[in-house]
Design a protein around this ligand. Structure first.
Ligand code: CTP
Length: 390
């Protein structure tokens, strides 16, 4: 893999060359990007020698747009050590030097940070808030560890050892799901009433997009079939996007790709019904009379995939329940021939439509359960993928 190692100005920067050496030894190509302060702790010559490539540290060097070419080149960005300052800058969207500019440009690809700082700084609410923000965006934190700090005290804030960081990078780079193809459905469906109106729902698609990204992060190829949403995926990721509008279009796309997939996660909020007829013009009011819409049932995509499924494929459905949650979810699992059902309870605050967080219970066919606390949808997605692909 092509890995950019970013180094910021903390004493742990002296361990960065060792991390670069371990990554090169594992067969990765490495280029380094450093802040001005990082170069107070580790020299340009050292970083250029161990990486075997020129160091990127000056945003204005010979007028180049290196932050863009380096973001195109790199497949993963690792910041070790990551100071409170760089974490805060990324959380605040600040790009005022070579590395922070690269970090903001590096979208849609895995980013790992190994924080290192004094324990009081690590415990500061601003730092904790910023770390949570970054985790919510899918940035993976390795460490920090508890131990002796450069300032002489013992506490939480030591950078994880280079071996541990290299391990996390190599696990991510190897991609546990490499060679697999997964189908994900996301978002709402729109069911047309006439040329300007539709029946829809509040689903944003965020959970489904987070699932597709979590699968791609593990090396899987993803077929993402989504209803109308403003969300997008980056071109880097192994995600093929199929945009559809109605339940019937989603049904056609999903049933077409499913036979080529190792598994499917159906998180779309599919409209159960559609108007029996769709007018090709805008319907006019009829005096003071009310209006009746005849609705007919849409095909059940999940149940159809359940009937097509081979014993080599894994099928996961979602259940949004308001009462008798677990019993209803388990019933759905059996009725639709699923391997797992992800239960969302509408009674949980912060879970459900539109929000960036979720709280789920993953129920397996054998009845075993995995419960998540309230997490960002990215983190919930990673937990779901871990649970369904042991
Ligand atoms: N689903 C689907 N096709 C449909 C309807 C739902 O694929 N036409 C999928 C959803 O993506 C989700 C699961 O089925 O994974 C939800 O199951 P469903 O039985 O539709 O849930 P509810 O709509 O909540 O059903 P009910 O009203 O019966 O509780």
């Amino acid at each position: 893999m092509k890995i950019v190692v970013g180094i910021t100005g903390g004493i742990a920067a002296y361990k960065a060359p060792e991390l670069v050496r371990l990554l090169k030894k594992a067969g990765h190509e490495v280029r380094c990007a450093a802040t001005e302060h990082a170069l107070e702790f580790v020299t340009r010559v050292t970083l250029e020698t161990v990486s075997g490539a020129p160091l990127y540290s000056d945003l204005f060097a010979s007028g180049r747009t290196e932050h863009i070419s380096l973001k195109d080149w790199g497949e993963m960005l690792v910041v070790a050590p990551a100071t409170a300052n760089i974490i805060g800058k990324v959380a605040g969207g600040i790009a005022d030097d070579a590395l922070s500019t690269l970090l903001l440009a590096f979208s849609g690809k895995p980013v790992i940070m190994a924080p290192a700082m004094n324990c009081e700084m690590w415990a500061h609410p601003a730092v904790q808030r910023n770390v949570e923000t970054l985790k919510g965006w899918g940035i993976c934190m390795v460490g920090p560890e508890e131990g002796e700090l450069a300032c002489g005290v013992n506490g939480m804030g030591r950078m994880a050892e280079p071996e541990q960081i290299a391990d996390a990078i190599c696990t991510m780079a190897a991609g546990r799901l490499a060679g697999q193809r997964w189908l994900v459905t996301a978002g709402p469906t729109y069911e047309r009433i006439d040329s300007v109106r539709f029946i829809g729902n509040y689903s944003s698609g965020k959970m489904g997009f987070a699932l597709a990204e979590a699968l791609a992060e593990q090396g899987a190829e993803v077929e993402l079939v989504t209803g109308p949403t403003y969300l997008n995926v980056s071109t880097y990721q192994r995600i093929s996007l199929h945009r559809v509008e109605s339940a019937r279009e989603m049904y056609s796309a999903a049933t077409e790709v499913f036979p080529r997939c190792n598994g499917a996660i159906l998180s779309a909020a599919v409209a159960d019904y559609r108007p029996a007829e769709c007018a090709d013009h805008k319907l006019k009011k009829n005096g003071n009379e009310g209006m009746h819409l005849d609705l007919v049932q849409n095909p059940d995509i999940l149940a159809t995939l359940g009937s097509m499924k081979t014993d080599k494929q894994t099928l996961v459905g979602f259940a949004l329940e308001t009462d008798n949650e677990e019993t209803n979810a388990q019933r759905k699992l059996e009725k639709k021939n699923l391997d797992f059902v992800v239960l969302n309870s509408l009674r949980d605050k912060g879970a459900g439509f539109g929000v960036d967080t979720n709280k789920v219970t993953i129920i397996a066919r054998d009845g075993s359960k995995t419960e998540s606390p309230l997490l960002s949808k990215k983190e919930v997605a990673r937990l779901i993928i871990e649970t369904i692909t042991p």
